[in-house]
Design a protein around this ligand. Structure first.
Ligand code: TPP
Ligand code: MG
Length: 555
């Protein structure tokens, strides 16, 4: 916006604004971006194409956002790259999800150039002033910037990326198109932020927490999603192993530790969870909640009975012990102090799992497939190199009982609950962890929203197994209030490979057909496999059944 900018644009020998952004993201481990080009971002797309980063072009920007979100959950940072307004605004729902569920997604958006904007003409995609998109994204991010001034652009990139990493929440970077190739004249070294805890508060808080643990007989850890986001899950597991403290997770943090670990209790969901898990956690005399978010989904719609007198609740935002609050403490420092402490051995018996879907599977060949049996079969085929991705709806409620083998290989929008997340997320997940094969569980309603993202799998290297729970409607909504609005058309999902030009489709009505389809799908490593699993309109998973029963008993 200032006239001096252009004078700095041709200084030789240093990096351009676009290049600096790419370099910083590469240093942070970004190997892929997800997005769709448009004229306001084209120059930047070209720079990315010439860089080591692969741009995965998706079918729409919402899908790019979901893919970047899943990538961020697995890699620690993800990037969605879009054009101005028409691209950016399509991304907002994905960003809202990433914000709510603490996923470090960087949005890079093109924008009208400063020179063309100055003339005050009506430029395509503009909605009022050119600051409109920034104003919208300020509500969905922890930091944002417009790289309009080469004198400050590099510092702004550093500031915004530091905020993304510090808070594990989305940030927004807008580049006017005539600034992408500008070169600041001043030398610049990246600024890396190293936040520190307040040492007095840390000492007080850990002292109080350890005293509480020392007087406890039956502590339990509730391992929340921030342990994954801040890469603390391994430390917490070592701490638990050292003192034999059992660990439960939440639905949002499911698989934060390996679910077949001997100390693992299960997913805690209060009235919505498996009764023995709920009882075990709620009877503990000291619940150590680390990085958890007490959302309605994770507390079984607030049916949790966790007496505050018995709770140590540490997150990246604060530490709360009984009724005492501590600020200014980094979660990593709090965890590291716990790890260094000497504590008793709390070994005790963890109740035997009465998981409704963990019995061994044997197909009753001609019997119609039910939701419970479908989950039992999926549970039986889970291996080490699999990422399970579940869409909100009964796919997610049912998936709560799956025993995922690998660490951090369960993904779901289990708080913001945005329908249609899973198929696009599988694109990001497979680029983040190429050695893991996505198994996507998705309702028919959700699939109709974003299932066409399977088209992106033609770009190579994607082979998700997508299981559509086809109950011809919005079962979860039907569960709450019946109406014609819950009926949806019965698409021939298994025919999609013909349209897309790759993939294998299966129509499944019986247990025998499910067996055959999944065996073939597991063998088909070259392309996606899509199972159209016909289910009765009102059949539901054990998880959704518990939700109904638990709520009627406890609310
Ligand atoms: C983007 C979005 N739109 C609407 C909703 C509200 N919603 C929650 S569950 C649900 C029905 C889901 O249907 P489906 O995907 O078929 O799964 P099912 O409930 O049948 O298992 C709807 C519409 C939502 N969560 N997200
Ligand atoms: Mg449905």
């Amino acid at each position: 916006m200032s006239g001096s900018l252009e004078e700095t644009s041709s200084a030789p020998g240093t990096r351009t604004i676009g290049q600096y952004l790419i370099d910083r993201l590469t240093e942070l481990g970004v190997g892929h971006m997800f997005g769709i080009p448009g004229d306001y971002i084209l120059t930047f797309f070209k720079l990315v194409e010439e860089s080591p980063i692969e741009m995965v072009v998706t079918t729409n920007e919402l899908a790019a956002g979901y893919a970047a979100d899943a990538y961020a959950r697995l890699k620690g940072i993800g990037v969605a790259c879009v054009t101005y307004a028409v691209g950016g605004f399509s991304l907002t729902n994905a960003l809202a999800c990433a914000y709510a569920e603490k996923s470090p997604v960087v949005v890079i958006s093109g924008a009208p150039g400063l020179r063309e904007n100055k003339r005050n003409v009506l430029l395509h995609h503009m909605v009022g002033p050119s600051t409109t998109q920034l104003a919208v994204f300020e509500h969905l991010t922890v930091a944002s910037c417009v790289l309009d001034d080469p004198l400050t652009a590099f510092r702004e990139v550093d500031r915004v990326l530091n905020a993304c990493l510090r808070h594990k929440r989305p940030v927004y970077i807008e580049i006017p198109r005539d600034r992408v190739t500008m070169t600041p004249i001043h030398p610049h070294s990246p600024l890396v932020e190293a936040p520190i805890s307040d040492s007095d508060e840390l000492r007080e808080a850990t002292g109080e927490a350890l005293a509480m643990l020392w007087s406890s007989k039956s502590p339990v850890i509730l391992a929340g999603i921030e342990l994954n986001r801040f890469k603390l899950a391994d430390s917490v597991l070592r701490f638990a192993e050292k003192h034999k403290i059992p660990i439960a997770s939440t639905l949002l943090s499911k698989s934060v530790i390996r679910e077949r670990h001997p100390l693992y209790v299960g997913v805690y969901q209060a009235a919505m969870g498996r009764p023995q898990v709920t009882k075990f956690v709620e009877e503990s005399d000291c619940v150590l909640m680390l990085g958890a978010m007490l959302t309605d989904v994770d507390t079984g719609i607030f049916t949790h009975k966790l007496d505050q007198n018995r709770v140590i609740f540490a997150t990246s935002e604060s530490v709360q012990i009984r009724y005492h609050h501590y600020q200014g403490i980094l979660l990593s420092d709090f965890v590291s102090k716990l790890c260094d402490a000497s504590l008793p051995n709390y070994a005790r018996t963890i109740p035997k799992d009465s998981n409704p879907i963990s019995e061994p599977w044997e197909a009753k060949r001609d019997e119609a497939i039910t939701v419970r049996r479908l989950f039992q079969k999926v549970n039986a085929i889970l291996g080490e190199k699999v990422t399970v991705i579940a869409d909100p709806g009964d796919a997610l409620f049912g998936a709560a009982d799956l025993a995922v083998l690998d660490t951090a290989e369960f993904l779901g929008s289990a708080f913001y609950a945005t329908l249609g997340w899973a198929v696009p997320a599988s694109i990001g997940a497979q680029r983040a962890h190429p050695e893991h094969r996505p198994i996507v569980l998705v309702g028919d309603g959700a699939f109709q929203m974003t299932g066409m993202e399977l088209g992106t799998t033609r770009r190579g290297g994607f082979n998700p197994i997508v299981i559509v729970l086809n109950n011809k409607g919005y079962l979860t909504e039907r569960f709450l209030l019946e109406g014609k609005f819950n009926d949806i058309p019965d698409w021939k999902y298994h025919k999609l490979p013909e349209v897309i030009g790759t993939g294998i489709g299966f129509e499944v009505r019986t247990e025998g057909e499910l067996d055959r389809a999944l065996s073939e799908a597991l063998e088909n490593t070259e392309s996606f496999s899509l199972l159209n699993v016909h289910l009765a309109q009102t059949d539901f998973s054990p998880g959704l059944k518990r939700l109904g029963e638990g709520l009627s008993k406890r609310v």
